[in-house]
Design a protein around this ligand. Structure first.
Ligand code: COA
Length: 177
């Protein structure tokens, strides 16, 4: 997970999205953001953000698209008008909801979008009868670990050398609903 903060929001948007936000004020905050179910129309932007956030370990557009075909893999986008500012992807296994992916576009970070997505996911998990939320996070990913801790996720274990590029341990975190 290699953060890059050198792109403006519009650079992550497709041309049609750019025109939709052309009249928006330059400074945004989490309050303008709407959380919507991820749709096929979001996928180009989602895949572009994913490549920026995860480089060599990024999910492909096809991986996101495949998830949209199954109710087992609910996913949500944080929308700034027509522009995707972030997303969260879940997998549902009976009462256990795993956070498979979460990212905020680099130029939208530290505006409350990650926590809005996480809050939405926790609410969704409760609605579908979830009892436990689970996730794995790179041990060096301070931003994500703090985000999860803020919402009450606690460490339950570590998987040695779980990640590649670079090789690194995964911290396992849970939230009881
Ligand atoms: C982790 C990530 C999703 C956070 O998104 P975000 O929209 O910037 O997060 P928010 O603005 O909602 O921040 C919520 C909380 O997260 C924590 N946090 C977020 N970024 C942080 C940072 N750079 N350093 C320390 N804490 C951070 C803080 O606790 C923050 O609360 P605060 O603002 O009251 O201090 C974002 O950094 C990201 O996309 N990273 C790359 C992808 C990734 O690593 N995903 C997680 C995979 S497990």
């Amino acid at each position: 997970m290699k953060p890059r903060n050198d792109q403006e929001p519009a650079d992550l948007c497709l041309p049609e999205a750019r025109s939709a936000i052309a009249d928006s004020p330059p400074e945004k905050n989490g309050g303008d953001i709407r959380i919507l179910p991820m749709e096929p129309a979001h996928l180009d932007q989602v895949a572009a953000i994913e490549r920026l956030c995860f480089t060599s370990t990024a999910w492909s557009r096809e991986t996101f698209a495949k998830g949209l075909t199954s109710p087992q893999y609910p996913a949500f986008c944080a929308m700034d008008g027509a522009c995707v500012a972030g997303y969260i992807c879940l997998s549902v296994l009976f009462e256990e909801i795993n956070i498979d992916n979460i990212a905020t576009a680099p130029s939208y970070r530290r505006r409350g979008i990650g926590q809005a997505l996480l809050l939405h996911a926790i609410g969704y998990a409760g609605q579908v009868g979830g009892a436990l939320m689970t996730l794995e996070v790179r041990s060096s990913n301070e931003a994500a670990r703090r985000l999860y801790q803020k919402f009450g996720f606690f460490e339950v274990g570590r998987r040695k050398n779980y990640y590649t590029h670079p090789r690194e341990d995964a911290i396992l975190m849970n939230l009881e609903l």
